[in-house]
Every structure is written in structure tokens, then in C-alpha cells.
Design a protein around this ligand. Sequence first.
Ligand code: CTP
Ligand code: MG
Length: 168
Amino acid sequence: MRLPELCLVALVGISGSGKSTFARRHFTPTQVLSSDAFRAMVADDENDQSASSDAFEALHFVAGKRLRAGRLTVVDATNVQAHARQAIVQVAREHDVLPVAIVLDVPEEECWARTQARPDRDFGRPVLARQARDLRRSLKQLAKEGFRQVHVLRGTAAIDAFELGYEK
Ligand code: CTP
Ligand code: MG
């Protein structure tokens, strides 16, 4: 996979699919804007869902600043809902930068097993099931939403084998 040197990457995947792990592996820490970090910034709690609206507003603001300075930026959030992705496409367009989607499509069972082993996550199975349903729906829509590249990595093996390059 080759990404444009300047783009806004939306990671897309249910909780536990490995988005933050993927982001750490392929991008520098400052390229990655995570919804968790922004929730923590505005509400002292990365799991405070009531802070999501403010957190995303702040995240999109910072993403815009980075894009205006010509810096590749990655949004590490589930992005399984169309409205979340619309906001990302809009920020990219406002700054004349290509929006790219990288989907981590990992079986719900596997994500649930990982989630249960995490001290920093305590939501129930129905939350994950809803995300998985939203993701299924999303897979059909992504290309139509304005993403210039859509990369779907299916399963942990494909995700582990993934190598990132940049367009010349
Ligand atoms: N993990 C794993 N094997 C992988 C990738 C991740 O066991 N190939 C583990 C991580 O160590 C972590 C958990 O699965 O404990 C979730 O991975 P993470 O990257 O944090 O998933 P996210 O998609 O970022 O989850 P969230 O949306 O909840 O932030
Ligand atoms: Mg994460």
C-alpha cells in the first residue's frame, strides 16, 4: 500500500481491532490523533463518552492545523459511523488534502477476547456488536463517502503483514 505523502488517514475498526497498535507501528506518535487522548484532554477520562463531542471538535481542529502545515495526520478512532467519517472527509477537503481510509476488519469474537483482557475498557458485548454492525454497513459506503483510497485489511494476519509505503 502506498499513501500520498500528505493525506488524512482515518483508521476504521471496532474496539479491539488493533487501531492504536497499528498506528504506533506505522506512524510517529505526533502524527496520530486519538479520540482517547482528546477525551482525556477535555474530560480527564479517555472513556468518558459524554465528552466525545468536545473531544472530536478539538481533534478535528488540531487535524486541520496539521494539514494546513502539510503534515500527514492519522485519526485513531473507531470511525464506524458515517457521521464520524464525514467530519474527517470535510476537514481533509477544507485543506485540500486527500482523505484515506484504512479498515482493520477483525472478527468480533477476537476483538471481544482482547477487550476483556484490557483493564482500560469496560463496555459490554452489545456495544461491540453495534460497532460490528456499523462496520459491516460502512464497508459498502466508504468509497462513496469521498475517501480517495480505501484499504481493507481483513484479519490479523493481513494486518500483521501490512507494510506502509509512500507515493513518490
Ligand atoms: N492486540 C493483540 N494483537 C494484535 C493487535 C492488538 O493482542 N494483533 C491487543 C492489544 O495489545 C490491546 C488490544 O488487543 O491490548 C486492543 O488493541 P488496540 O490496538 O488497543 O485496539 P483499538 O482498535 O485501538 O481499540 P479501541 O478502539 O478500544 O481503542
Ligand atoms: Mg485504540
